[in-house]
Design a protein around this ligand. Structure first.
Ligand SMILES: OC[C@H]1NNC[C@@H](O)[C@@H]1O
Length: 441
């Protein structure tokens, strides 16, 4: 079990578990529109084993059981995401009554179980109809998303404990438009530059629209890596710093300083949208809280073969999880204190942290992984970071994007043939931490 006690975090600290719509819902029915992940995963070669989110964890039908798992585990909150195409099938225009009904019942189910609903408006399942109109490369997405955000707020806002606009803008932009690993699968520096700005413009535009509606407890969730040089050479040190700019500082500087870092702008060069600087006041709209997703560190070396972003990742020597990410808890303490010291004194939430295993392992290291990272949260709080909560990723084994169902992050095992849920050792560790008992269901 964990070495920490619930009291170590203070009585107001929130513990939760997190999921995302496309990764768990399935339920491609009842008026749900197509998303870019439906088309991306249907395209051979994009997802391991040809897996798709067509069924996933069947959460669309099994959500009461999943909420019971959260309540029985003693969690205070549930971080979930709305599926834009389930609520507005074409992305703009008419809402889907059955989609609204689903989230009405889901949110009421949380409240009935004493679970605080921590909502994310966008966790990557863009309506395909909007991709047809240019998707994130079209600056109009800011208005499309703001209208969607206002709809969500009008129907559910009074019951939400917190609302994040977007999950992991780096993944929406760079991973999906520069590296092509996620939907829509572009490998285009010009697309990446424009989406790297449009995703934050969209966030800020939605914040303004939600503020006009009187919405409260608004934030955004960004993912961070401890970006380090692969060697002490000046070139590698510069490579580590540049990746820190690409992954971390682009979003921190944009959101909290109203400007993008010069070293990354220099790499994007002429590909940035015209007059983007006019948008920076919107991009850096004041927030009520900030979400940090953290998993690992990465090592970088100079790569002179590349004309832009001249760097390449180097495999590190530390113990790794099943998805190949080094176990580096210090990085969580470092990023939390860096954000608190250099960027914002807003309330911070660790909105995702966890480790992957493969089928059949119930990886004994997972309890130690969580224990060490919870220790980093305590250390960051000791150093002055106002960390208010921690969400384990994920409640359930689920569709891990390009890795399909092969990589399992769940506190609860899912047998995808039977949809049977089985709490893992790490679930029991949280249950003991949060309830003081180990209550086998
Ligand atoms: O890779 C693990 C997780 N990382 N953050 C976003 C989630 O959707 C992923 O499953």
């Amino acid at each position: 079990m964990f070495t920490h006690k619930r009291a170590d975090f203070g009585q107001d600290f929130i513990f939760g578990a997190a999921t995302a719509s496309y990764q768990i819902e399935g339920g491609q029915t009842d008026g749900r529109g197509s998303s870019i992940w439906d088309t991306f995963s249907a395209t051979p070669g994009n997802v391991r084993d040809g897996d798709t989110g067509r069924v996933a964890c069947d959460h669309y039908n099994r959500w009461p059981e999943d909420l019971d798992l959260l309540a029985d585990g003693g969690f205070d909150a549930y971080r979930f995401s709305f599926a834009w195409p389930r609520l507005i099938p074409e992305g703009t225009g008419a809402a889907n009554p059955k989609g609204i009904d689903f989230y009405d019942r889901l949110i009421d189910g949380m409240l009935e179980r004493g679970l605080k609903p921590f909502a994310t408006l966008y966790h990557w399942d863009l309506p395909s109809a909007l991709q047809d109109r240019g998707g994130w490369m079209n600056r109009d997405i800011a208005a499309w998303f703001a209208d969607y955000a206002v709809l969500v707020n009008s129907r559910f806002g009074d019951r939400l404990a917190a609302t994040a606009t977007i999950n992991e803008p780096w993944c929406v932009a760079y991973l999906s438009h520069m590296l092509g690993i996620h939907a829509p699968g572009y490998r285009d520096i010009r697309a990446a530059a424009r989406v790297s700005h449009n995703v934050l413009l969209t966030h800020g535009t939605a914040i303004a629209a939600l503020r006009a509606e009187g919405a409260k407890n608004l934030g955004i969730v960004c993912n961070f890596e401890s970006a380090q040089p692969a060697s002490d050479s000046p070139e590698d040190r510069e490579a580590g710093r540049l990746w820190d700019g690409v992954f971390n500082r682009w979003y921190l500087d944009g959101l909290f300083k109203g400007r993008y870092p010069d070293d990354v702008l220099a790499q994007f060069g002429p590909h940035m949208p015209q007059a983007y600087t006019d948008d920076m006041a919107v991009v850096s709209a004041p927030l009520d809280w900030f979400g940090i997703n953290y998993y690992s560190r990465s090592l970088w070396a100079h790569d002179p073969r590349r004309s832009a972003f001249p760097l390449r990742q180097v495999e590190g020597p530390l113990e790794k999880t099943a998805i190949g990410w080094e176990i580096y808890p210090q990085g969580l303490e470092d990023i939390l204190t860096r954000i608190s010291d250099d960027y914002t004194k807003l309330p911070l939430y660790v909105t995702e942290n966890g480790m992957a295993e493969v089928e059949g392992t119930d990886d004994p290291r997972r309890v130690a992984y969580y224990d060490a990272h919870l220790g980093s949260v305590l250390a960051a709080r000791q150093r002055g970071a106002d960390v208010r909560g921690y969400f384990g990723w994920s409640l359930l084994d689920n569709f891990e994007w390009a890795e399909g169902y092969d990589k399992r992050f769940g506190l609860v095992h899912v047998d995808y043939q039977t949809q049977k849920r089985t709490p893992k050792t790490s679930y029991r560790a949280f249950q003991t931490l949060l309830t003081g008992a180990n209550n086998p269901r």
